[in-house]
Design a protein around this ligand. Sequence first.
Ligand SMILES: *Cc1c(COP(=O)(O)O)cnc(C)c1O
Length: 402
Amino acid sequence: MADDTADLHARHLAGNYAAPALTLARGEGSRVWDDAGRAYLDFSTGIAVNALGHCHPTWVARVREQAGRLVHVSNLYRNEPAARLAAALARRCGPGRALFCNSGAEANEALLKLARLHGRRKSGQEGACVGVVVAERAFHGRTFGGMSATPQEKIQAGFRPLLAGFAAAPLNDLAAWDRLIDARSTAAVLLETIQGEGGVFPADPAFLRGLERICRERNVLLLIDEIQCGVGRSGAFFAFERSGIRPDAIAMAKGLGGGFPIGAIWIAPPHDDLFQPGSHGTTFGGNPLACAAALAVLEVIEAEDLLDRVTGQSAVWHDRLRQVAASRPDLVREVRGAGYMVGVALAVEPRPVVAALREAGLLAVPAGDNAVRLLPPLTASAAELAEAADILGRVLADWPRA
Ligand SMILES: *Cc1c(COP(=O)(O)O)cnc(C)c1O
């Protein structure tokens, strides 16, 4: 069995991922089991996707119910889960409208198409106002739009020419963004509130407020990518909420479906009429099963007070991680992030450390800036957070000194 999966995988899947080290067979709560029956504490959560952990009973029940009732109808017809999900997001986002899609990259594509429509409305002319300013180290996905918005050589190499009009400025350097945002030619700025893939770098609240002011002055859309840091991961529903800004549109995906593929953007007025019949679409967008899965995530976040729990427990957890880090200052440069999205920035390549953590029973994810990313499910208990910190402590203690 075990060998079969590894062998079939190696022979028949495209080679765009490094050979995985594990075949995972089953999950429950914060834990997964491999095909040999070994348990792991899962702080990779499918890259910040399994917001409720694995197989949360409410989520499973809601998905089963919907799978037995209606799975797909396309956007030729209305369906109740999509309408209810849009209404539920309205309670979190305020006035505006939702557009559903299937992944993070598709959500960002929708933001970039929104930016083009805004640029046309603003300049009165197609193609005259298409500029988008993004952050250095950003990650916005692997489609052509997403890659164009991701100023990293390792993402873009081999795929040029990309979309025109993108410029990058350092995160939190407001003066640099001020210089790049041009009232005439810039349609939008696009940034993550907490950069994920780039290495868990949070945007400063004051920087976000400054950016909002510049965008309003110059009629430039403020587009916020909350695909990784949103849906409760930071302890707020959206990480930007702590800064008090009002984005013109928000991208979400990953945690939204709790493991079922779904993406969405939220468009605030007066821009929520830019998409008109025919201007955008996707066959699966707003699929009733995907929307039922997302509704289950929102339901459990409220029923179990997960935002308060993440906020309350993360302070103790971060302290513990910092103590562990302080025991090896030669190895750990910084512990940063918010809530259940933490980057442990190392002085060494993170991949061997992630492999050692896996051997010790903890799944984590490497990120930019030599960071080890810890992304527990929002349901993780204080004991599980402490266990992860202890495993990290043991692995760091055993790491050879340079
Ligand atoms: C993962 C991610 C994306 C891309 O999402 P996919 O579902 O992989 O296409 C975009 N932006 C951010 C911030 C992400 O973390």
